[in-house]
Design a protein around this ligand. Structure first.
Ligand code: SP5
Ligand code: ZN
Length: 360
């Protein structure tokens, strides 16, 4: 299948994140995309007659992002690094590290008055301190949304599937907040764009290890997007505060949200049983389009996750997604066993395309 490559990903290059009171090497790094490029180059997934075989993203502007995200949030993210750098410079530091939020409005505190203070706005527009905001975060995230919209355009032009090679990921980002390494919600933007282009029903299947809280929240009260997710049980796994089985949607959206949390350490057989359950529900829904939040942090070797999928399981995932039989947009989310991310994704794409599992 064709791969759309967000080359702007490299602009977002965090070196560290906060863990147990210390800065530790970042898990979500440019190297992840470099391994994806290396694994797909020279394959049928990089056979477009464009840059190195990858499709170059078109530019649809900021309007499709604003169909999902609050304007004030997009403006904040766009200018946040310059504000942070200016604040640091006025304190005598001309080379600040990444910006991290450290204060948040708890329930009962005001969200309607936007603070002038930069740190206060970082908290207003975020959900965790685990997401470094760097000089190129906006450029990379914007490029990822454009790459995802380009993938959607390929489907409209007749492709059966497309893969979007991008980072940072998107599924934790909500209407007006970043977090979980995510700044803009690529799959939500694509789903909304598909509806705006005339689709009546869109399905999003999230197979990242972590629940896609941002995607769920964006479409929770709507019937035109069915969100299904298989993920580590939020009782113990990030993002903790959303992703339980009793979240079925609200109002007109009741019945169109389907969570399949599995205990950390669940066997692969249970994961595939959940995949079948999710695909059956999505088939009943009858969408015109399937969008997959393709995290490969379900891999046995992932450093921050606790499922046990191996290379052949990713191949089988691709095969099962293909049997769904709808135009399918696969969008990269997590996966932090950096050297294996590319081969795991290639296995999914090969499985989808009916190709044999390639040797490592
Ligand atoms: C898109 C995505 O996969 N986001 C995941 C965000 C996870 N953030 C929490 C990271 C916690 C890191 N814990 C380190 C444990 C090392 N043993
Ligand atoms: Zn994840």
């Amino acid at each position: 299948m064709k791969t759309v490559f967000n080359a702007a990903h490299a602009a977002h290059a965090p070196t560290h994140e906060i863990f147990r009171g210390r800065l530790v090497p970042a898990f979500e790094t440019p190297a992840r995309a470099e391994f994806l490029v290396a694994a797909l180059q020279g394959t049928t997934h990089a056979a477009a007659s464009t840059h190195d075989g990858f499709v170059v993203p078109r530019d649809f502007g900021v309007a499709p992002l604003a169909r999902v995200h609050a304007g004030a949030y997009l403006q904040f993210i766009q200018g946040a690094w310059d504000e942070w750098a200016a604040e640091a410079a006025s304190a005598g530091n001309t080379d600040p590290g990444a910006a991290f939020p450290a204060v948040w409005p708890a329930p009962g505190m005001r969200r309607d008055v936007v603070p002038a203070n930069f740190a206060a706005r970082m908290g207003l527009y975020s959900m965790d301190s685990g997401t470094p905001l760097t000089a190129g975060s906006w450029a990379a995230a914007y490029g990822g949304a454009q790459a995802t919209l380009t993938g959607l355009a390929l489907l409209r032009e007749g492709e059966r599937s497309a893969y979007v090679l991008t980072r940072p990921p998107g599924h934790h980002a909500g209407v007006d907040f970043f977090g979980g390494y995510c700044f803009v919600n690529n799959v939500a933007i694509a789903a909304q764009a598909a509806l705006d282009a005339g689709a009546a029903k869109v399905a999003i299947l999230d197979v990242d290890y972590h629940h896609g809280n941002g995607t769920q929240a964006i479409f929770y009260d709507r019937a035109d997007v069915f969100f299904a997710s298989i993920h580590g049980d939020p009782r113990t796994e990030y993002p903790f505060y959303l992703g339980h089985a009793d979240e079925r949607g609200a109002g007109a959206g009741l019945g169109f949200n389907f969570n399949l949390p599995l205990a950390a350490g669940s066997p692969v057989s249970e994961w595939f049983a959940a995949l079948d359950t999710a695909l059956t529900a999505l088939r009943t829904y009858g969408p015109e389009l399937l969008i997959v939040s393709l995290g490969v942090d379900t891999f046995a070797g992932d450093p921050i996750s606790h499922f046990g999928l191996l290379r052949p399981h990713f191949h089988e995932l691709g095969q099962r997604l293909a049997t769904f039989g709808r135009p399918t947009l696969l969008v990269q989310e997590g996966g932090y066993a950096t050297a294996d991310v590319g081969l795991n994704v290639r296995a999914v794409l090969d499985g989808f395309d009916g190709l044999a599992l390639a040797p490592d």
